[in-house]
Ligand binder design. Sequence first.
Ligand SMILES: Nc1ncnc2c1ncn2[C@@H]1O[C@H](COP(=O)(O)OP(=O)(O)O)[C@@H](O)[C@H]1O
Ligand SMILES: [Mg+2]
Length: 238
Amino acid sequence: MTTPLLQVSELAVAYGDVQVVWNASLTVDEGAVVVLIGSNGAGKTTILRALSGLIHPVSGQIVLAGELIDAASPVDFVKRGLIHVPEGRRLFPGLSVWDNLMLGAYMRSDREAVARDIERVFSLFPRLRERRRQDASTLSGGEQQMCAIGRGLMASPRLLLIDELSLGLAPKVVDELVAALRKVNAEGTSLLVVEQDVATALEFADHAYIIDQGRTVRGGAAAVIAKDPAVRAAYLGL
Ligand SMILES: Nc1ncnc2c1ncn2[C@@H]1O[C@H](COP(=O)(O)OP(=O)(O)O)[C@@H](O)[C@H]1O
Ligand SMILES: [Mg+2]
């Protein structure tokens, strides 16, 4: 068996004294698209924050490409190719689309590769090229998500974490984003996506985990999870 790109075992995370993630275990294979599904407050964002070094877990193991990541800062995760596109997009207002994208490359010194990557982002999202000089805060919600994902891609990630891919966006825009991310994935970037639209999530992903009250209660091939009667009843209203 090959080593998974990311292996998370029995992760526990707390905010101060309040524990919100109790036991999250998940695997992302190299080249995979994995989704986390679960209701509001289940702990999905907290798990992604722990996986990108924004919160230090109480216990559990995070193994990235065979290396145990311990006491690491976000910079250590970025250096290892793990990039987090946060919920709510978090672009820098007052900065242009171009500058927001370039901030994603702040750790890189390979200028030629950075120039190639911004071209790649623009061919993936042509609207960002058109609007490259525009203040990022004037973009539509869908364009902001494109810019946030583009900024993530500018770090040349091995694994891109995306929190709430489709939240607040029109179905047509979501289709565009999914199509772009399929290309990104086909070119070799693995994806771990939190997506509240379960039908979209299961259609997009290879593998899915259900998060409930801070625990991974179920995981499997997305096609299998999609057929699970309990999942269909709880998350798809079927
Ligand atoms: N900064 C914080 N401080 C304290 N509690 C938090 C904080 N952020 C989230 N929580 C709590 O942690 C739980 C999980 O939240 P979150 O990870 O955001 O869930 P999800 O992303 O699945 O909606 C919720 O009960 C939420 O209220
Ligand atoms: Mg969340």
